[in-house]
Structure formats: structure tokens, C-alpha cells
Write a protein that binds this ligand. Structure first.
Ligand code: PEP
Ligand code: MN
Length: 339
């Protein structure tokens, strides 16, 4: 880390800062400028954020700049090569871009099987569907629970598509783990640290959504909670953030894709359905996300969006999804990747 002293810091204060650095296990390397002194602290600062705090409260210290990010396991410095995650026969994080598709909520056998077969025919690689739903209102549909998980397993049986489904509560972990191939942590739970630790202890791949008001740095710290428990299979999902804009449900943060790709080795998945909130914008933002370097996409598809119990307005009908796949495939090819 680098300790920047205030311009009026006394020689005693500079000496004190150097002494504390040595006590904490660092080698101080002062650079004396005309106006102020900057001290480079050489040593392993990983996992010791308290050292930054200890130095920053000393007299005469203006600020302390850590060199290594706090999200150490998630960082590219820690692991330069891309992480690949195996979900049954699908590999996430390599040149091939998986497309996860399906309804927001599992509603019935007829609904799920029809959607699952149609997305499979169009070339989707995984099936999504919520059995436990995090709804903004406690009075709206909360999901089918275990019955929904069983239907997802049936759809996997019929189509061969691995399933991605949300876990809301650590109490449901045992049952969700039994059925799911990927555990989804939703935006509303993205900083639910107790839940993150629990899924970290399980060995299931995790699709971690970005919270609607979490910064990219905070998002990486959420992933760090899962990684720190020993689960290395984390996919990060950009699903839009809250801004002042009201024309769309969220503001899909396209910037986050290249930023995350630079900062972390974890695969980045784009969710333009929640990112925009309107089906008309889903296809263009899917193409943009692939062009920006997303390693996968997750799209809501419904056979009858008009009567969907959740997120009908942002769900594509099967024929629109088919058209999306064709365009997405062309964009992937243009940047040297494939669907
Ligand atoms: C969902 O995937 O249906 C969902 C609830 O997403 P988010 O957590 O991103 O709002
Ligand atoms: Mn949804």
C-alpha cells in the first residue's frame, strides 16, 4: 500500500508512520517530495484491510491507498486466466456463449414444458425458471416452491437442459441443491451475506445477480463471500441498476461487462430482460452485451406473456426468442465467438 502524508506532516509523524508499518510487517520506502512525503509499504497486504485502517488514523497521514483489491480471490491479479465453470455438459466462460432462457416463474407443467421444448429447439443451452420468487409485494405470487423444482427437474429430463433456479432462503438450500444445476442469487439478495456464505459452502455453481444499487466494487465483494467459502464456480450477472431514468425498468449497465472482464476472472452473464424491463429492448441489448464481451446471456421467455404471473412485459414469445438466437449467433461470430 501507499501512505500519503499531509503536506505539513512533522518528521516525528513520518517516523511514527514508518515505525507502525514495520510493526505491521511492512518495509517502508519513503519518497520525500518538495511538499509532502509518500511512503510505499512493501509487504503482503492481502486479507489485512485493518492495516489500511491502522495507518490511516495516524497523525499526519492524509490517505492510505491499498494496491491489492479487497476482492482478492475474485481479482485478475489473483488468477489471470478466465475461470470456466462446468454445468453438466455446458461450459461457461470459454469461447462458446451459453444462452439461458425460460420463464420468470414456473407456473404449471403445461407452461414450463412448452417453453422448455421451444427454447431447446431454438438452441438455448440452459433453462431458467423461478420456483421461489422474490416479489416486491408480499401479496403477489411467491412461486410454486418444491412443486416448481420438481417441474424443472422434469423439464431437464425431457430436454436435457441444465436448470438455473433462484434460492431465496438458506433454509431451502438442501431442497434447491437437490434439483438445481445452478443456484441463482437474485438482485434483492445480492448482499445477503448469510445466504452468500451458505451457497459458498455448497459445491453448486452460482449465478450471482448484481444488486440494483451495488457498485461494481461491492458486487465483486459479494462474489468474494461465496469464493471465500471454497465455492469457485461463480458467474456474475449484470441485470441493470436503479438510476433516475424511468423509460426502462432498470438501466442496463453495459459498461459493467468490460469493467468486470478486466477486474475479475469470473464469467460475466448479461440479463437484458431485467436490465430493460420491456421485451422490445431485450434483443438489441442482448446483441450489445455479446458485442461488449459477455460470456453468456439469460433471457426471459414465455409462451403466453399476456397472462404470465410475473415479468410478462419483459418476456419474449418463443418465435421472437428464435429470431434473437439467429441475430445473437451472427454477432458472436463477428467477434470470434459462437453461441
Ligand atoms: C429473476 O431472474 O426473475 C429475478 C427476480 O431477477 P432479479 O433478481 O435480477 O430481479
Ligand atoms: Mn423475472
Amino acid at each position: 500500500m501507499i501512505v500519503v502524508m499531509k503536506s505539513g506532516a512533522s518528521p516525528e509523524q513520518i517516523q511514527k508512520a514508518k515505525t507502525v508499518m514495520v510493526e505491521l510487517g511492512y518495509q517502508p520506502h519513503p519518497i520525500e517530495g518538495l511538499l509532502r512525503t509518500v511512503i510505499g509499504a512493501i509487504g503482503d497486504e492481502r486479507g489485512k484491510p485493518e492495516d489500511v485502517e491502522a495507518l490511516s488514523i495516524l497523525g499526519g497521514v492524509e490517505k492510505v491507498i491499498p494496491i491489492l483489491p479487497a476482492h482478492k480471490i475474485a481479482s485478475r491479479e489473483f488468477k489471470p486466466e478466465n475461470t470456466t465453470i462446468k454445468v453438466r455438459d455446458v461450459v461457461v466462460g470459454n469461447n462458446k456463449i451459453p444462452v439461458i432462457a425460460g420463464p420468470c416463474s414456473v407456473e404449471s407443467e403445461e407452461q414450463l414444458m412448452e417453453i422448455a421444448h421451444s427454447i431447446k429447439e431454438s438452441g438455448a443451452t440452459m433453462l431458467r425458471g423461478g420456483a421461489y420468487k422474490p416479489r416486491s409485494s408480499p401479496y403477489t405470487f411467491q412461486g410454486m416452491g418444491i412443486e416448481g423444482l420438481k417441474l424443472l427437474a422434469q423439464a431437464r429430463e425431457e430436454t436435457g437442459l441444465p436448470i438455473v433456479t433462484e434460492i431465496l432462503d438458506p433454509h431451502d438450500l438442501d431442497s434447491v441443491v437437490q434439483y438445481a444445476d445452478v443456484l441463482q442469487i437474485g438482485a434483492r439478495n445480492s448482499q445477503n451475506y448469510a445466504l452468500l456464505k451458505e451457497v459458498g459452502k455448497s459445491k453448486k455453481p452460482v449465478l450471482l445477480k448484481r444488486g440494483m444499487s451495488t457498485t461494481i466494487k461491492e458486487f465483486l465483494m459479494c462474489a468474494e463471500y461465496i469464493l471465500a467459502e471454497g465455492n469457485e464456480d461463480v458467474m456474475l450477472c449484470e441485470r441493470g441498476i436503479r438510476t433516475f431514468e424511468t423509460a426502462t425498468r432498470n438501466t442496463f449497465d453495459l459498461n459493467a461487462i468490460p469493467v468486470l472482464k478486466e477486474k475479475t476472472h469470473l464469467p460475466v452473464i448479461a440479463d437484458p430482460s431485467h436490465g430493460t424491463g420491456y421485451w422490445q429492448y431485450v434483443t438489441p441489448m442482448t446483441l450489445a452485451a455479446i458485442a461488449a464481451g459477455a460470456d453468456g446471456v439469460i433471457i426471459e421467455v414465455h409462451n403466453n406473456p399476456e397472462v404470465a404471473v410475473s415479468d410478462g412485459g419483459q418476456s419474449l414469445k418463443p418465435h421472437k426468442f428464435k429470431a434473437l438466437m439467429e441475430k445473437a449467433s451472427a454477432v458472436a461470430k463477428a467477434i470470434g465467438r459462437e453461441l
